[in-house]
Design a protein around this ligand. Structure first.
Ligand code: GDD
Length: 358
């Protein structure tokens, strides 16, 4: 057995026959590969179809997961029962041409590479049949991953690798981004090759990619880049932000009413809010990333981010008050909102960063 092909399935009954016929028509030595399907509770008879093939071919296997459907978890389950140490992963919907399997697995079989990525975006690669928005999303996904891992198609689902790499994949890895996890697992020491592929959108069935998969991907990219941005930290940060807004706005309005100048009211209310925000963010929003208790160094970083935000806020405030003639009492709110994003990203990446795991 030279390699194992792991194929995740979710309602792919119309594709199984065609896929297996084409895989077993490849000009490869008989018994040189096995096919492991991992199904996540398909309701369209996919497992029955695969079982029919399995009954007549000892190189075809089916794993039926009972857990919550998940692409990455399915691939990991397939790898767990693979007989070979060289793993090939592909979609079941024929968007990945079975005829390109030998070209992708070859660099791993020779032992010269650790991961071979079937890429739509290297010279010679292509995408067919996708609407424009899918093409853009896919390119954007690859583009965003570029700073942390130098491949052209980090979201490809068509790739081969040495099985031992799977041990380094984060246990929490979920969703459509298993290739990215694999690429990051080698901490820059992997030998990676990209092979051009021709991607053809499915003819039968529908894509299962949803908005939540995109968000999970984005969040994971941020974490891999060293940030701690997540729904959890963002929600807590937002709540703390609201507390800050009240403190800020209250002190600001109070000082304006007492006829203090705009600049003094703005700076004083800012400093009061930033101190309260730092305490709440370190003790609560980013509590799992805090190295011990409150410390001056961290407060310094928080203040630096805050000061940058203050500059930005001052600019927005001046623009709204002096150019757009908005009242100061009203203008403070959009000014605070504009800087909240800078504050959050600064906190997630600079003040309370993740200890890097890649
Ligand atoms: N077991 C399991 N569980 N399989 C799944 C799940 C799941 O939760 N979700 C999707 N699949 C299977 C599909 O049945 C198919 O074989 C493959 O994963 C790809 O799913 P699609 O939903 O059809 O993906 P796509 O066509 O939008 O393609 C995008 O994602 C793929 C992930 O591999 C593209 O970016 C592809 O390049 C990429 O390969």
């Amino acid at each position: 057995m030279q390699f194992s092909i792991v194929i995740p399935t979710l309602n792919e009954s119309e594709n199984v026959d065609l896929l297996l016929s084409r895989l077993f028509a490849l000009d490869l030595l008989p018994g040189s590969f096995e096919v492991i399907f991992v199904d996540d509770g398909s309701k369209d008879g996919t497992p029955t179809k695969i079982r029919e093939w399995e009954a007549h071919n000892k190189h075809i296997h089916l794993v039926e997961r009972q857990e919550k459907p998940d692409l990455t978890a399915s691939i990991l389950a397939g790898v767990a029962i693979a007989k070979s140490d060289i793993i090939m992963v592909m979609d079941a919907d024929l968007s990945h041409l079975p005829e390109q399997v030998p070209a992708i697995v070859a660099p791993i079989l020779t032992g010269k590479y650790d991961v071979a990525v079937g890429s739509r975006y290297v010279s010679g690669g292509s995408t067919h049949g996708w609407p424009l928005y899918r093409q853009w999303l896919s390119r954007l996904g690859g583009f965003l991953a570029r700073p942390i891992c130098d491949v052209s198609d980090a979201t490809s689902g068509f790739f081969a690798f040495r099985r031992e790499l799977i041990a380094n994949i984060a246990e929490r890895a979920r969703g459509y981004k298993i290739l990215l996890e694999l690429l990051m697992s080698g901490q820059g020491n992997l030998k990676i090759i990209e092979i051009p592929i021709s991607f053809h959108d499915r003819t039968h069935g529908t894509s299962k990619l949803s908005l939540s998969h995109h968000l999970i991907y984005l969040q994971r990219l941020i974490t891999l880049a060293g940030g701690t941005a997540s729904i959890g930290t963002a929600s807590r940060f937002a709540i703390v932000g609201f507390v800050g807004v009240f403190v800020d706005a209250f002190i600001f309005q109070w000082m304006i009413n007492l006829s203090f100048g705009l600049a003094l009211a703005h700076i004083t209310s800012f400093l009061a809010a930033v101190t309260i925000n730092y305490i709440l963010n370190s003790k609560w929003s980013f509590r799992s990333h805090l190295e011990g208790s409150l410390n001056w160094q961290q407060f310094g970083r928080f203040l630096t981010v805050g000061l940058l935000a203050l500059l930005l806020r001052g600019g927005v405030l001046a623009l709204l008050v002096y150019t757009w003639h908005l009242s100061a009492e009203l203008a403070i709110f959009p000014a605070i909102a504009a800087t909240a994003i800078i504050n959050y990203l600064g906190s997630a990446f600079y003040v309370f960063p993740e200890s890097k795991n890649c």
